[in-house]
Design a protein around this ligand. Structure first.
Ligand code: NAP
Length: 256
């Protein structure tokens, strides 16, 4: 089966080991396939076993190296195990992409405690847990790239997404602080803030809302998962070695 990924930039990640969370579908899958196509060994992390089997199978069929790791990013013990298993298997860890994320939208007046808690737990605590676990092998190896998938909702807010925008603003704050903490060990930490990208997450918005959304995007279309995967590939590459603590917005001009 051909690799579905067609990155438009060329980077060589030979010898690099990457972890991608939420790799079972959507942006995470495109990111995992793109890093693998650039010759990185990719640990695909997700709660969705079927999605994991699909993405790792596609990468392996295309000649890449990938392995599935079933893991809930909110489970501190399991996160530590995954990082240890990856380092043991492939001898190090060079790239971490914190991509797993959910939405549980509701206006503030109607938002339930569990809608708040689950979004903060997966989007923010999950990013914290994997970043903390990955920091040790990266610092030891004196090199690393941590790339956190935030959102324009964390920059500009979005009605109905108090929980989500707070989690993503938190991811941006985490990114800026960890960048300062790890810089001395040559570990860079950046965030990408996607706008509206065509995945199952945005499919759930429905046709009417998406038509309205497109009218607000200067480039007149939703993004493609590859638009985000290519930004990740750049930040993961040697070319981005002097960039840290930044938020790269990829939104077709929505927030410009
Ligand atoms: P998606 O299609 O919903 O995929 C998310 C993946 O994460 C799914 O495979 C999901 O598994 C997995 N996941 C959910 N909870 C998890 C957990 N606790 N532990 C491990 N994996 C978990 O989402 P997406 O659109 O690709 O979004 C990916 C990231 O980009 C998210 O952080 C999202 O907030 C961000 N983002 C997306 C957009 C957009 O327009 N799509 C815009 C801005 C930011 P299941 O299949 O079991 O649910």
């Amino acid at each position: 089966m051909p690799n579905q990924t067609t990155s438009r930039i060329t980077c060589d990640l030979t010898g690099k080991v990457a972890i991608v969370t939420g790799a079972g579908r959507g942006l995470g899958r495109a990111i995992a396939e793109t890093l693998a196509a650039a010759a990185a060994k990719v640990a695909c992390v997700d709660v969705n076993a079927d999605g994991l089997a699909e993405v790792t199978g596609a990468i392996q069929s295309a000649g890449g190296t990938a392995e599935a790791f079933a893991c809930d990013v909110t489970d501190s013990r399991r996160v530590g195990e995954v990082v240890n298993e990856v380092v043991k298997k492939w001898g190090g860890l060079h790239i971490l992409v914190n991509n797993a994320g959910i939405t549980r939208d509701s206006l503030i007046m109607r938002m339930k405690d569990d809608q708040w808690d689950s979004v903060i737990a997966i989007n923010l605590r999950g990013t914290f847990l994997f970043t903390r676990a990955a920091a040790r092998p990266m610092m030891k190896g004196r090199t690393g790239r941590i790339i956190n998938i935030a959102s324009v909702a964390g920059l500009m807010g979005n009605p109905g997404q108090t929980n989500y925008s707070a989690s993503k603003a938190g991811v941006i704050g985490l990114t800026r602080t960890v960048a300062r903490e790890l810089a001395a060990r040559n570990v860079t930490v950046n965030a990408i803030a996607p706008g509206f990208i065509a995945t199952e997450m945005t499919d759930a918005l429905g046709e009417d809302i998406l038509t309205g959304v497109k009218k607000q995007i200067p480039l007149g279309r939703l993004g493609d998962p590859q638009d985000i995967a290519d930004a990740v590939l750049f930040l993961a590459s040697d070319a981005a070695g002097f960039i840290t603590g930044q938020v790269l917005t990829v939104d077709g001009g929505l927030t410009g």
